[in-house]
Ligand binder design. Sequence first.
Ligand code: NAD
Length: 298
Amino acid sequence: MTTITWIGLGHMGNPMSANLAKAGYDVRGHDVSAEAMAAARDRGVQTFDTLEEALQGADVVFTMLPKGEHARAVYLGDTGVIALAPKDALLIDSSTIDVETAEHLHRAAEEAGFRFVDAPVSGGISGAAAATLTFMVGGKPDVVEQARTFIEPMARKIVATGHAGTGQAAKIVNNMMLFICLEACAEGSVLADRLGLDPQVFWDIASVSSGNSWALQTWYPVPGIVDSAAANKNFEATFSAVLAAKDAGLALMAGEQTGVQLPAARLVAEKLQQLIDEGLGDKDCSLITKYAAPDGKI
Ligand code: NAD
């Protein structure tokens, strides 16, 4: 039986690893959070307290970690995946991280004799649970093809993006567009309300009109309209403001490096940072809606 090690069992890693277990793989999970490991056990994933134990017998290693610094810590150094995993293991990083770190991990893995792809995802926790994620996979074409088999139980779409780091490049641009669409939903939902529109009536119109977007369909920031929206659960995170600010920051950094002007992305990044500054970084990113409604009524 193929053994898959899964590192990072959070909002996304939990349902994604559970789908691999459901597909019949032997899944060995590890997370620094005991709570995340307990939740993974409930869904058919064996868990291990140390990375070293989790990596035993791994044919494939997936990582789903918050930021580039976490990915570097997990892959590099004497106690990292590259030092400890079986040398023939295929390494797949699905975290959203900066292109430079992704390229660095590619080089470090290849120098140590590993196959590695950067394979970030889009689709949110609802897509992770429903196994309908889009994977953007960067790396050598033959390695991307090998990764496809193990990604399939979690995906609706798997796209080969090109050379090392291009999966992350695609993901950073995609998420920048998502957050700009979220800001449009935030402003639109409050304005529609203040103009006296029933929220359901307005959503029904926008969802089949030119105002439609993935953000509108999945994260619409008004309670009682879209099942998957954090607005239904007091903005408990499905995608935290901290992670969203990280992604918006990656886009702004890429804009600076390439000389591209990104005023809309900058505006959303500032609002996400405002949530963090108010101590609301663990809340859902769609809570930026409150800045469109200074009277507090979302
Ligand atoms: P999360 O914070 O819920 O999960 C990350 C997990 O990694 C946590 O459980 C944390 O304890 C664990 N972790 C951190 N350092 C570790 C280490 N050294 N060893 C083992 N485990 C460690 O985040 P998430 O929402 O699951 O997102 C994960 C990644 O996927 C991020 O890069 C995010 O940007 C991206 N992403 C998130 C969504 C979403 O909707 N939440 C959608 C697409 C992509």
